[in-house]
Design a protein around this ligand. Structure first.
Ligand SMILES: O=C(O)[C@H](O)[C@@H](O)[C@H](O)[C@H](O)COP(=O)(O)O
Length: 263
């Protein structure tokens, strides 16, 4: 049984990113206070990167000890190391190069042309092994760490990570990481956490901003939840809490009572 679901609507995408960054810093600081270290799964995309940039801004992440923060990725574009389109490259530019993270705790997904060559499935298996090695025995299913917060940008087609509607990855029930081919959002080859890995997180935060997300958000939150195979974001739930962080444009087609929900 998953936990609570909350919807928060913020004025614009910048306000949403700043609010989300401050909330993430507070959650990480709490996790570090209670457990010594915290574990966050980052997402690619404009909203994910905007949140990271806000987190790197002065004053926001002051309560976080970045040297005790385990960073993972929910998905990665399977491109060569250093490619500007890789999520980790964009995260470094937005955030990582500005904070004192411990490189040993920054778990980037494998790049194409690296030790796994161009075998995206082998790269996915390697990341699954890295997650399992970091899992604590008491963790959920002990295949992945008990992530404090797992961030997900939401696509206009309701995809999250690199789990796309109707594609095999969204129906995976055993593996924690899969290789993706033929992704409708370029590049076609990607690595992605699966729903079992996503749902192992204590909290899952879904980020959606802009008019182009309004129809997806209305479909996902405005009434009966669609099946996750057809609308992957519908399956993205935390064990303790699921938060939707929207701006007014993305929330514009929601019922009035949801549009006014504030953090
Ligand atoms: O690798 C990726 O492209 C992302 O992980 C992807 O899942 C992204 O989060 C969504 O497509 C939303 O992207 P925007 O926030 O840019 O709309």
């Amino acid at each position: 049984m998953s936990g609570t679901r909350e919807v928060a609507v913020h004025g614009g995408k910048e306000e949403m990113a700043r609010t989300a960054a401050a909330a993430l810093a507070a959650r990480v600081a709490e996790g570090q206070r209670v457990r010594g270290t915290a574990s966050v799964v980052l997402t690619g995309g404009r909203n994910g990167n905007a949140l990271l940039a806000a987190l790197a801004a002065s004053g926001v992440g002051d309560a976080v000890d970045f040297s005790r923060l385990e960073l993972w990725w929910g998905d990665e574009r399977f491109l060569p190391e250093g490619d500007p389109e890789r999520n980790v490259t964009q995260a470094r530019e937005a955030f990582l190069d500005a904070v004192p993270a411990d490189p040993a705790r920054v778990h980037a997904m494998p790049a194409a042309g690296g030790e796994h060559g161009d075998d995206v499935d082998a790269a996915a298996e390697a990341y699954a092994a890295e997650l399992a090695a970091a899992a604590r025995p008491e963790g959920p299913g002990a295949l992945v760490p008990s992530f404090d917060v797992l961030l997900l940008g939401v696509g206009p087609d309701t995809h999250v990570a690199s789990l796309f509607p109707g594609h095999a990855g969204v129906r995976e029930t055993e593996r924690t990481v899969v290789g993706v081919r033929g992704a409708p959002k370029p590049p076609p080859e990607r690595i992605s956490l699966t729903m079992p890995a996503i749902r192992a997180a204590r909290e899952v935060w879904l980020l959606a901003a802009g008019e182009d997300k309004a129809e997806a958000v209305a479909r996902l939150l405005g009434g009966t939840a669609p099946d996750e195979a057809d609308a992957p974001a519908a399956g993205a739930r935390g064990r303790e809490r699921t938060r939707w962080l929207l701006d007014e444009a993305a929330a514009s087609l929601l019922p009035r009572e949801l549009r006014s929900a504030r953090d």
